[in-house]
Every structure is written in structure tokens, then in C-alpha cells.
Design a binder for this molecule. Structure first.
Ligand code: ADP
Ligand code: ADP
Length: 233
């Protein structure tokens, strides 16, 4: 069964007197083992769709099912707990706190969640190890390359071992070598039975995806099959 299922999801923004239908009647399923690239021009609704999928933005209509549970039907603490356990979110601009070290950044979610500091630190170090960054755990974001910062952000998204990872332009700020390293990590998640939905403009990401869905003016148009095979790593 799908790790992410969107049924007729809609989200409209009121911008002054104008309504923007950022996402309109979108239905999409992402299965275990699938890396799906979400493509389309700037402003077509990709970020909005990811935010709605990740529990960051409540849709106006439709249902969002994560790991078999209708996310927005959960209330309060159960909503937050399910979101935290079921999915990880990777932001384009990394969203790291400049005044915290890499390991402190990764620990933050667990700590805010009430986990004892020592245990949170162990989990964070394990997550950093999984992205090959345990040696820079005590450095601040400003002391890391863009690629390393994005891997810290991915480690943070992976701390709870979520099966679903949502990523908004995760390679937008990265060179080709770092892009491949991030793609390798996403590939490992799906190889382990997880699922990834990645908003991207990057042809390298599209080439590595199992499926590409195109978005235009808030609507999903026919997906084209990705060139699976030689382009996949
Ligand atoms: P993309 O990620 O594909 O660039 P977005 O989801 O960011 O697309 O935006 C989709 C549309 O919704 C755009 O027209 C954008 O201007 C509009 N939009 C996004 N966020 C807001 C907001 N908070 N308030 C008003 N309009 C927004
Ligand atoms: P991207 O295209 O990389 O997804 P944007 O630059 O469109 O990002 O948007 C950055 C942030 O600004 C997002 O949180 C989005 O919701 C918000 N945003 C985008 N368009 C508008 C808008 N017209 N009015 C208010 N907020 C917006």
C-alpha cells in the first residue's frame, strides 16, 4: 500500500482580493521503493504540494494519507507524533540553525520532542554516520560546504527512520558531485523500502527517479516514464 496517498487535494491562497489555486484536485500515490520526481515550472505548486503532503500546510480539500493514516484527521499531539514518526522533510535552503553544530541541529527535533539529551545525541550521531558526516558533527553550518549542509539536513530528516521522505529542491544549491551524493542517499532510502517524493528542476534527479510527475498551474499532468536504466545509479 502507498506510503503517501493524495486524493483530490486542493489548496488555494488568498492573495489580496485574488485567489491563487496553487494545488487543484491533485491525486497521487507513492509506493514503497519508489523515488518520484515532481517537476514543473516555478510557481506551478510544487512546494505547496510537498508542504501539504508533509503536514506543514493543511489543504482546503481532499485527503492526505501517510503510512495508511489520514494525516489531517489526527488531532493535536497525535498529528505531530504521526508526522514525526512517518516522514522526513528536506528543505531547499537546508533550514539549519547557524548557532548550533551539525549534531545539535540534528538533535533538535528529538529534544523539542522531550527526548533526553544523551539519547537524542546518540540518534543524531547515528543519522550523521549514515550520511557519512560523523567526522564533522561538532562543526557549525558555516564551516561546512553546501553539500555537507544538505547532508546534515537529510540526516535530520532521517533521525526517526521515517519511511517517507519529502524533499523540496534538495539539490538546487549543489554541484554535480554533491548532487550525486544526495541522490545516493535518497536511493538508499527507497532501496530499503522507503519512498521519496522530490520536487526538482534537476535533470539528474529526474533521471534517477523511477517516475516523473509533471505539474502545471496546480494540476498534475500526465507523468512520463523516467529513463530508468543507465541513468540510475
Ligand atoms: P513552486 O514550488 O512550484 O514554485 P509554489 O507552491 O511555491 O510553487 O507556489 C504556487 C503558487 O502559489 C504560486 O502562484 C505562488 O505565488 C503561490 N503561493 C505560494 N505560497 C503562497 C502564499 N503563502 N501566499 C500566497 N500565494 C502563495
Ligand atoms: P519555491 O519556488 O522555491 O518553492 P518560492 O520562492 O516560490 O519558493 O516561495 C518561498 C516561500 O514564499 C514559500 O514559503 C511560499 O509559500 C511563499 N510564497 C510564494 N509565493 C508567495 C506569494 N505570492 N505570497 C506570499 N508568499 C508566497
Amino acid at each position: 500500500s502507498p506510503l503517501l496517498k493524495l486524493d483530490s487535494v486542493g489548496k488555494t491562497y488568498a492573495s489580496g482580493s485574488v485567489e491563487v489555486h496553487a494545488v487543484h484536485q491533485v491525486s497521487l500515490s507513492v509506493m514503497p521503493g519508489e523515488l518520484v520526481a515532481l517537476m514543473g515550472p516555478s510557481g506551478c505548486g510544487k512546494s505547496t504540494l510537498l508542504s501539504v503532503s508533509g503536514g506543514l500546510l493543511r489543504p482546503d480539500s481532499g485527503t492526505v494519507t501517510v503510512g495508511g493514516v489520514s494525516l489531517y484527521d489526527l488531532a493535536g499531539a497525535r498529528f505531530h507524533e504521526h508526522r514525526r514518526r512517518s516522514l522526513g522533510f528536506v528543505f531547499q535552503d537546508f533550514n539549519l540553525m547557524r548557532t548550533l553544530t551539525a549534531v545539535e541541529n540534528v538533535m533538535l527535533v528529538d529534544e523539542l520532542d522531550g527526548m533526553p539529551r544523551k539519547r537524542a545525541r546518540q540518534r543524531a550521531l547515528a543519522a550523521l554516520r549514515s550520511v557519512g558526516l560523523d567526522d564533522v558533527a561538532e562543526r557549525y553550518p558555516g564551516e561546512l560546504s553546501g553539500g555537507q549542509q544538505q547532508r546534515v539536513a537529510i540526516a535530520r530528516a532521517l533521525t526517526g527512520s521515517p519511511r517517507l521522505v519529502l524533499a523540496d529542491e534538495p539539490t538546487g544549491a549543489l554541484d554535480s558531485a554533491n548532487t550525486r551524493s544526495v541522490l545516493g542517499l535518497l536511493g538508499e532510502i527507497v532501496a530499503a523500502g522507503g519512498a521519496c517524493l522530490v520536487a526538482t528542476h534537476d535533470p539528474e534527479v529526474a533521471a534517477a527517479a523511477h517516475r516523473v510527475v509533471q505539474m502545471l498551474d496546480g494540476v498534475l499532468t500526465e507523468g512520463r516514464a523516467a529513463a530508468v536504466g543507465e541513468a540510475r545509479r
